[in-house]
Design a protein around this ligand. Structure first.
Ligand SMILES: [Zn+2]
Length: 85
């Protein structure tokens, strides 16, 4: 019985991260933030941060992989439509 409790507890601790968009729970090591967009060649990270600021998302909000991919796509589309020269 104590073993079971311990396992449940550690499982809970492993999945204590939550995606801000879809509210899915996941393991902390699988957290994505918009900070990963600083490695994109375009748009620039400054532009990206401003874009997400409009969506009320900051660099410390956590997202799952799927939602990060979604945000990567819409920010890139917005860049192509409005941000590009
Ligand atoms: Zn999500």
């Amino acid at each position: 019985m104590p073993d079971l409790l311990l396992n449940k507890d550690s499982l809970k601790r492993m999945k204590n991260a939550q995606c801000k968009r879809c509210l899915n729970k996941f393991q902390e090591k699988e957290i994505y933030t918009i900070q990963q967009f600083q490695y994109r060649s375009s748009p620039s990270y400054d532009w990206t941060k401003e874009f997400f600021d409009m969506l009320k998302i900051d660099e410390w909000d956590s997202f799952c992989e799927d939602c990060m991919r979604y945000y990567g796509e819409i920010s890139n589309n917005a860049w192509l439509k409005y941000g590009g020269k």
